[in-house]
Design a protein around this ligand. Structure first.
Ligand code: ZN
Length: 447
């Protein structure tokens, strides 16, 4: 696929991704439970995938798969009979993983379990309590202030209802393997444990689905095999790594897809290695895009790259996103909604992913077959293909400088990506030059 085709494809998919997001948005997800299953069932309509269930109590490295959480309803009935914090209106009203609760209590007790965001008084925060038994409600700060005012020290009862269930069950995740020409794999990992929140991280989920569709459409005509996993964050990554330790050696490159749809600039968080091929490839496409972007070194907090890049694994996995989690005010609040994520932004991120994969698929290391001085290009018909003033309009024309760079650097120690990075020439131009030189017998792929 060339760069123009990638752009074309990406523009078409922006709306498609947003519409899948709209379908998944209402589902109440968590790290376990029916919300994850329902989400995977919807995704499975567009891409085939294996769904794994890992029983509660399974030891996964230092962790244990927790009890499964499901919820039907939750709300508070105020003394005046008004129902507030209704789960059915917004599933983030309930502290995710809240234990079941049905109790009448005074405001003084209730207020210990109410969470708000004073700096954004109209937004509902999103909070969880996975590994500590707790219950609670997240409400807007404005609603909270109203409650304080209405209660006014009265000794009236509030009825708290959380119709949830925590019991032995399983942790669910989805995995899709797309076989390529060889066993080396590219891993795309995304997490689906957040309820009605869009940028973090339905955007990553829908992007991974579209990538899968795109790769499947190639009908196996790609060098790498692809493994795309839809897992609950942290515990899901730990579980997957624990069950797939033998597979890790095959994974040559990987990306964690998160926060792919806000209108901010692209951000790349490097792998722990910092100089892995994936790091160079993403950096190259961001530089070549000419658009504002940010590249940050690995740090051991964040998303599932934390597990993939833990010292025993140290996988070449980075994270390609737009505005980083935690860096946009809407993060983990009700304002991270369907309006916050834009189809155009999703499309642009998707194009960045495709361009990165395009580099990885075409990143060959060649050996110059005529390394003693420059070969005579004219004799081989290569000068006719080289674009210059004569051929300025031809986008497939070969860049003369790219030809010299490829010839000079192809001593077996530099890949085409290395040459593109060193020369500052776009990867696509380097690849076109290399293709022509290879066809003219001047380059041979290194084994
Ligand atoms: Zn999050």
């Amino acid at each position: 696929m060339n760069i123009d085709e990638i752009q074309q494809k990406a523009t078409e998919t922006g709306v498609e991704m947003h519409s899948l997001m709209t379908e998944l948005y209402p589902i109440c997800r968590s790290i376990t439970g029916n919300g994850v299953r329902e989400t995977l069932r919807v995704i499975k309509k567009s891409v085939p995938m294996e769904i794994h269930e890992v029983p509660t109590g399974t030891k996964v490295f230092d962790w244990t798969v927790p009890k499964e959480w499901n919820i039907n309803d939750a709300y508070i009935v105020c003394p005046n009979g008004k129902k507030i914090a209704e789960f059915k209106k917004s599933n983030i009203h309930v502290l995710n993983y809240s234990i079941p609760m049905r109790k009448k209590m005074k405001f003084s007790e209730l207020m210990e379990h109410l969470f708000t965001l004073p700096q954004h008084p109209d937004w509902i925060p999103y909070l969880t309590s996975y590994y500590k038994d707790n219950w609670g409600f997240c409400i807007s700060h404005r609603e909270y202030e109203k409650l304080v005012k209405e209660d006014n020290g009265a000794n009236a009862d509030y009825e708290v209802v959380i119709d949830s269930e925590l019991k032995d069950g399983s942790l669910t995740y989805g995995e899709l393997y797309i076989r390529g020409e060889n066993e080396d794999e590219i891993l795309i990992s995304t997490y689906l444990c957040h309820p009605s929140l869009c940028n973090d991280n339905l955007s990553g989920v829908v992007l991974a689905v579209e990538l899968a569709k795109q790769i499947i459409a190639l009908g196996g005509k790609h060098k790498f095999s692809y493994r795309i996993i839809f897992i609950p964050e942290t515990i899901g990554a730990i579980t997957w790594l624990s069950l797939n330790e033998g597979r890790i050696k095959n994974i040559k490159h990987g990306l964690v897809a998160t926060c792919c749809g806000d209108s901010g600039k692209m951000t790349y968080k490097k792998s722990r290695k910092g100089d892995a091929t994936i790091d160079k490839a993403v950096e190259k496409i961001l530089v070549d895009s000419g658009e504002p972007h940010e590249i940050v070194d690995f740090f051991p907090s964040g998303s599932d790259e934390r597990q993939f890049c833990s010292p025993a694994f140290d996988m070449p996995v980075g994270s390609l996103m737009r505005t980083m989690y935690g860096k946009f005010p809407e993060y983990h609040t009700s304002a991270d909604n369907l309006d916050f994520v834009k189809p155009e932004a999703l499309a642009n991120t998707f194009a960045c992913y495709l361009r990165t994969l395009n580099i990885l698929e075409n990143n060959v290391t060649y050996i110059n077959q005529n390394p003693k001085c420059e070969p005579q290009l004219g004799r081989r018909g290569l000068y006719r293909m080289i674009g210059g003033q004569k051929d300025g309009g031809n986008k497939d024309a070969i860049d003369e400088l790219a030809v010299f760079w490829v010839l000079n650097q192809s001593d077996g120690s530099n890949s085409l990506l290395d040459i593109a990075c060193k020369s500052g020439i776009k990867f696509e131009q380097i690849r076109l030059a290399a293709d022509a030189l290879r066809d003219a017998g001047l380059l041979k792929e290194k084994n």
